[in-house]
Design a protein around this ligand. Structure first.
Ligand code: 2HG
Ligand code: ZN
Length: 479
């Protein structure tokens, strides 16, 4: 296996023959944007970047990598946050960015078929053209690609209503390590003929094959959609101790989220931001004051359906413990203005430095206690280092909290490990929606049973016997 930037003789010619010389990039300047991930924490030199235009070119690239034993990293929009889609040690990069066509969008069948490099935003626009939606949405929609979203089983803001990417999948086309094309694109909802190819690939992080086409289920555009941003203050503890005040307002948020789900039909999103993140986002993005600018946290709720959910929402929010002020958006512009406070967190945090991003799920009963305890555990792990900023936000409706830390060096894992241990102790997940990549490799064995890992390894060995596909990602080394 080649693991340096020295290509085996004849390999670059084979790639150039497969994709054409213009799309076989070996110039360092041309390769640069494929070599570093979005966070700037992960990356390394690529042996070559291959940019195939279609499935048969993908098959040729993979067959060449297999023949020459060259490791290959599949890459979509390079918006991954765990180092799973960038080279580490001189692997080849296979970018699907040129596979970007929407092939069909059929509201009668309720299906969209698109190539893997299609951005989420482009697929959403195609769906909107037939008065439909995808039922999945993430802040990185303009760059994230459908293939990458399948590979990471991306989640996002509508998971509580429509599930993560694997729940949206109606079919797939994938190229295996040896160039074999496996395709199941019928999109039939009932189709029980054996193993489910799409589900095997969802969440496999480029270790089993390269996704080339994706079939997704559509949902109709609801006639009514309302978003509310709700200011919250902690009520059960004094706010003298910052950890207790985070915990207290988190308890309020978890309680309100549960109440809204009980009382309001058609909840699409339940998102949470805290005061420190709100202050940062407002400063960096020059956003106006939110409702109750002095609140400890804000819950963003969105609901939609065949009837206007405004009254139901107002009744559920009224008199709810800890609620201070509310702003409502019921048209596209008004909703977008409220979403900006939540969605622009990632960009705002990136202006502070290279973040450590921990994407976690907690059981609901552990969410508030965990959020209150994170900062002291991080500080203990870093032995009192005081220049670390911890900013949390996330999808409180499904227990998914994003813990961002700025301060520790990129390769300093002490705080990451401490937080992962906290999550495992509380029965949570170390990867909610971003995947494992290289960032969480050390915790996979703690997060999965031995038998589970054996199945994963055997599937990997069967589909990629030479181990050329994204080695070092998702599966921890044996032993
Ligand atoms: C989001 O929810 C994304 O906006 C990114 O999952 C999370 O930046 C992050 O930590
Ligand atoms: Zn998220």
């Amino acid at each position: 296996m080649s693991d340096s930037c020295q290509a085996p003789q004849g390999f670059l010619e084979a790639i150039s023959d497969a994709v054409g010389p213009d799309h076989c990039l070996s110039d360092p300047d041309l390769k640069a944007s494929y070599e570093l991930d979005w966070t700037r924490r992960f990356g390394g030199p690529a042996l070559v970047v291959a940019r195939p235009a279609n499935t048969s070119e993908v098959a040729k690239v993979l067959a060449a990598c297999n023949r020459f034993h060259v490791a290959v990293v599949p890459q979509g929009g390079n918006t991954g946050l765990v180092g799973g889609s960038v080279p580490r040690h001189g692997e080849a990069v296979l970018s699907v960015s040129r596979l970007s066509r929407v092939l069909s969008c059929d509201p009668e069948e309720g299906l969209i078929v698109a190539e893997a490099g299609t951005t989420l935003a482009a697929a959403q626009a195609a769906a909107a053209g037939v008065h439909a939606e995808l039922g999945i949405d993430i802040a990185a929609r303009d760059s994230a690609t459908l293939g990458g979203m399948v590979a990471t089983n991306a989640g996002g803001i509508h998971v509580i209503r429509h599930g993560p990417m694997r729940a949206r999948l109606g079919g797939i086309e994938v190229v295996l390590a040896d160039g074999t094309v496996a395709s199941r694109l019928s999109g039939l909802v009932k189709d029980n003929v054996g193993y489910d190819l799409a589900q095997i690939m969802a969440g496999s992080e480029g270790t089993l094959g390269v996704v080339t086409k994706v079939v997704l289920h559509l949902v109709p555009v609801p006639p009514f959609r309302v978003t509310a941003l709700i200011g919250l203050r902690g009520i059960e503890h004094s706010s003298a101790d910052p950890a207790e005040s985070v915990r207290s307002v988190s308890e309020v948020a978890v309680g309100l989220a549960a109440r809204l789900r009980r009382r309001v039909d058609g909840i699409d999103a339940l998102e949470l931001v805290y005061a420190d993140g709100m202050t940062l986002v407002r400063e960096v993005m020059s956003l106006p004051a939110p409702p109750d600018p002095g609140a400890d946290a804000w819950l963003l709720v969105e609901a939609s359906g065949g009837r206007d959910p405004s009254d139901m929402l107002a009744e559920a929010i009224e008199d709810a413990p800890g609620v201070t002020e509310v702003a409502v958006g019921d048209d596209a512009g008004g909703r977008a203005r409220l979403w900006a406070y939540r969605e622009r967190h990632t960009e705002a945090i990136a202006t502070l430095g290279v973040p450590h991003k921990l994407d976690l799920t907690l059981p609901m009963k552990a969410f508030a206690e965990f959020a209150g305890a994170v900062r002291s555990e991080v500080s203990a792990a870093l032995r009192g280092r005081t220049d670390t900023r911890v900013i949390m936000f996330g999808h409180v409706g499904d227990g998914n909290l994003h813990v961002n830390m700025i301060g520790p060096e990129p390769e300093d894992y002490r705080a990451d490990d401490a937080v992962f241990r906290m999550v495992i102790q509380r029965g949570g997940s170390i990867s909610a929606e971003h995947g494992v990549g290289v960032a969480k490799l050390d915790f996979v064995s703690a997060a999965r049973s031995a038998g589970d890992l054996t199945v994963m390894r055997r599937v990997k060995d069967a589909l990629d016997p030479s181990g050329i596909l994204n080695p070092g990602v998702l599966l921890p080394p044996v032993g």
